[in-house]
Each structure stands twice: as C-alpha cells, then as structure tokens.
Design a protein around this ligand. Sequence first.
Ligand SMILES: [Zn+2]
Length: 325
Amino acid sequence: MIDNLKLRNVFSSLAYRIFFSKKKSLKNKVVALDYHYFTDNPIIYPKLGLEVSYSALDKQLKIFSEFFEPLETDFALRTFVKKKSNNSKPGILISIDDADKSIKYALKYFIKYQIPITLFVPVGLCIDKNEEDGIKSRILCRYRELFPSSERLTLNEKSKFFDRIINSSFQELYEYELKLGSPKKENNITASRELLSLKEIEEISKNPLVTIASHSMSHNSLAELPDNWLKWEIKKSKQYIKDLQGKYDLFAYPFGHNQSYNLKVKKILQEEGIKYAFTTSSKIIEKNSDLLSLGRAPMLNFDNKDYVFGSAYGAFHYWDKILQR
Ligand SMILES: [Zn+2]
C-alpha cells in the first residue's frame, strides 16, 4: 500500500501538472511552508515526515529562489497580501518550527539562496536547564508522563499542577526531572531532540534573513491548558522573544492542528498583542484570512520538481479541503 507521504507527493505533483502549471501567478495570495528537522542520516521518522535531508533542502530552496518570491513574514502579511499589483512570481513564506540544532547547518542553504526565514522557537526548551524557566518548561513539556496514561486530568487539576511547578524550589524541580528520566522520542519528539540554546538563537538572529518568533514556552497543545498555564505560555515567551529582539507579535501554535487551539487561546493572544498566529492546516493566505489562524503546509523530504512546485502553489490547501481538515 502506498503510504500517506508518498500520496502527498503524488497529489502535489499532479496538482502542479494539471492545474498550477497553467497559471502564471497567485496574484497577492501567499503560500506559507514549514520545516522542522534537517539531517544527513537516513530519515528516522518517516511516518511523521518531520525530517528533510540537506540535499533535498538544497534542491527545494533552489526552486523557490528561481520560480517563487520568498518573502519576509512581516512584509508578506502587512503589505504583500494587500497590494493590488500583479506579481510576476507567486509569493511564499518559509518558517522552521521547534528550534532544532540542525537549523545551524541548514542556515547556510537559506543564505546561499538568500531566502528569508522565520524560526518559531519553543522558548522554554531552549533556555539553559539550570535556569528556573528552563527546567520548569522541560517538566511542563512532559507533564503527561508524570501521570498514569489512563488518568485524564481536569482543567482544575492541571491548573493546580502548574501552580505547583511554578512555585517549586530548584531541589523539587530536580526531583521531578529525575522522576521523568531522559526523554524518549516515542513519548515526546520535541523533548527528545537537541535544541538550539538561547545564545545560539541570538547568534543566528543576527543574520538579516532570520526572524525569531514565539512557539510558546513548553510546546504543549494550548487548547488543553487551564488559564493560568496558558497565559504563562504566551506572556513569558513573548517577553523572551522581545529580549531576543525577535518579532513578538508573531506566534505559531504548538502542533497547530485544529484541536490545538481555540477561541479562548486566540482571545488571550489578542490581549497580549499578538497580531499573527500560524497553524499547520494548509490554507493559502489571502487578504481576508483570519490573522490568528494562518495556514502553513509542511515541506516533506522530496525533491522532485513537480512536488516542490505543487506545494509552493498551495496544493495542500486543496488536500486539506478534500480531507475536510
Ligand atoms: Zn512545534
């Protein structure tokens, strides 16, 4: 049987060959594309499609730079989608989620093709684990592992648990960490990866192609969090992004699928002055898009031209529509 990722490749390639190749441009619509991890090794999580090899990245970016107009996120959302002019090349936006260490090496390809990127950083997981916010975020990221999997915590119980962690001494926090042991990728991929440190992020952000923005503190599904925890995720990460001179009114929901955020989350984002928030449903961005529910499509480890063209023309907008996602 053909797997989901191969099917996506076929869909994107066909969509390009049959429809998009006859179109000149998407006018002022923008397709946002998203990466996670890069590697030189054989792909480890094929089912999830989160890893892209450096050689595929190189080929994908070459196509983007020749046939598309890779835009800086702020410019795309404030100006490009609103202007009337007929752009000769379709506008695209590129982001990388989760601040994986492999970004350090991937960066040279973005520099090679002069393609702007936004890094969505799960801030708390990049803070040194000997600092309070660092260790707290690591525990909160894996809080489910502290409870039996049969037990479904109520919002009230989660709220109390959060208060307990936030008010814990270092000694108590270390005990939690000890109990959790080292993270396993089956339980929590984000926690099991080696992430960039805040210092490395600061260094990378000096490159004018790079924009830093928030992906929360502990990378939890925000829709499942109680108010006190949710506010901390948004407020605290915003403060760190501000200190890093990143774009603090820009946000990406952890996981980003339909169940990972809701109206309550959007309301708090708004109260905190967040103007733009990205999901992972693949809607094409246009003038009237909901700015707190902007679409992005994942880039997969394929480098055939038709797949790359199809993705950048927004094929997965239609894929999600067909699957009613
Ligand atoms: Zn993420």
